[in-house]
Design a protein around this ligand. Structure first.
Ligand SMILES: [Zn+2]
Ligand SMILES: [Zn+2]
Length: 419
């Protein structure tokens, strides 16, 4: 559809994401030609190292500005493939986490990223006014994006939930919704699942129980960038007089994002950083020896992970250093997997699980989703009351579209004129 036929209306095109979770890329075009792109995500099923992954329908020959909703790779992972003259924006915390991920995965990040702050006011970009709205998600510094232009208002949810440590933000938004939304572009990750969601506060109680009943150490696998979960584990450790032991990478994440927040970090009581050989070597290699030196006063060597009152971060890359220091699970210990269960089939995770299972440690699964439950997705859409809902970031939209008002089911790359 040419611009001429759009008259004075905005055109919304979901280049990728109408029938999959992740890889999001949504364009909003003004009739005068300005464009903004919400997210430039890497598809979750893309092979490691694969390039050339931008959606074919995205026109790279005309200018555009990119807005990244949050620092998960399925929302920002293709930014290096974008034309170098396209400006990129995201939240300030989000920009830091993107940089950390690029560092640890040795991806070169050549792009400058403009940032907004969590309490930021609307930003003017060409013919668009963008209001980033801080929200609740398993990623730190995640935003919904309100886009206003040509007399139309579009709300993009990004990824969100209503049961994490920032759920009050979503509750408040539902109680006082932005008025007159023409189009709600909403995620639907958890559609088709009737499993009840647990809040982070409830998880904290479950962890307290596990930490109490375990005689020995508790090994936990979780994502270093899931700050809500780090907070939950830290609180549960403190309540049971245990010490939470994180690795250098997790300490790096907390060190970079925690300024001005109450997020636990190195130097807090009941928190230690295990300084392992492989990660120490990594930080030396990337010229960040100073970071390891900074962590030293709060650090401990792997051979000290023998005391009973510890909750110890576990990932496959730590096992070799733990083993050579004599840290081996025992039947008195427990292992908790605190990530999406789908990862259990990945070789890295399977190895971690097997390491603990073979030792006879108790195996537990205490986790909650980073995404809204189907009931919360529907309640949110009802509160926003848009003229039209455009589904993205889900695989069950065709079966589960009831309760979202008027749905416009687009195909990837199909332009929709907002009249
Ligand atoms: Zn996502
Ligand atoms: Zn996400």
């Amino acid at each position: 559809m040419g611009l001429e036929s759009c008259g004075s209306s905005l055109t919304l095109t979901v280049h990728r994401g109408t029938r999959q979770i992740g890889g999001c890329c949504i364009e909003i075009a003004h009739p005068a030609g300005d464009r903004i792109i919400l997210d430039a995500g890497r598809p979750l099923d893309a092979p490691e190292g694969a390039t050339g992954l931008l959606p074919a329908s995205l026109d790279l020959t005309r200018p555009a500005t990119i807005l990244i909703s949050h620092p998960h790779q399925d929302h920002w992972g293709l930014i290096e493939e974008l034309p170098p003259n396209w400006p990129i924006w995201t939240g300030s915390g989000s920009a830091k986490l993107i940089a950390i991920t690029a560092d640890i995965t040795r991806q070169k990040l050549t792009r400058a990223i403009h940032t907004w702050h969590s309490r930021s006011r609307p930003i003017a970009i060409g013919s668009f006014t963008i209001t980033p709205i801080l929200t609740d998600h398993s990623a730190f510094d995640a935003y919904m994006l309100l886009v206003e232009s040509a007399g139309k208002r579009i709300l993009y949810t990004g990824d969100f939930r209503r049961h994490g440590r920032k759920s009050v933000l979503v509750d408040r938004m539902m109680a006082n919704p932005p008025p007159h939304i023409d189009v709600l572009v909403t995620e639907g990750t958890n559609l088709g699942q009737d499993k009840p969601v647990t809040t982070e506060d409830e998880l904290e109680l479950e962890f307290v129980e596990l930490f109490k009943r375990t005689k020995g150490r508790v090994f936990v696998a979780w994502s270093a960038q899931n700050i809500d979960r780090t907070v939950t584990l830290y609180r549960a450790a403190k309540r049971t007089s245990r010490t939470l032991v994180i690795d250098l990478y997790t300490a790096d994440v907390l060190d970079r994002i925690s300024a001005g927040t109450r997020v636990p970090r190195a130097g807090f009581p009941n928190l230690k950083v295990v300084v392992t050989r492989a990660l120490r070597r990594f930080y030396r290699k990337v010229g960040r020896d100073d970071f390891v030196v900074k962590m030293a006063p709060h650090g401990l060597a792997a051979r000290h992970l023998v005391r009973d009152r510890q909750v110890i971060m576990l990932r496959r890359s730590l096992i070799a250093d733990y083993q050579s220091a004599g840290v081996i699970p025992t039947p008195d210990d427990a292992f908790n997997f605190s990530m999406w269960h789908g990862y259990l089939s990945e070789p890295d995770i399977a190895e971690v699980l097997e390491w603990c299972r073979a030792a006879g440690a108790e195996l537990a699964y205490i986790h909650t989703s980073g995404h809204a439950s189907p009931a919360d997705l529907r309640a949110f859409a009802a509160a926003i009351c848009p003229r039209v809902t455009v589904p993205v970031h889900g695989v069950k939209w065709d079966e589960e579209s009831q309760g979202f008002g008027t749905i416009r089911r687009l195909a990837d790359g199909e332009p929709m004129v907002i009249t």
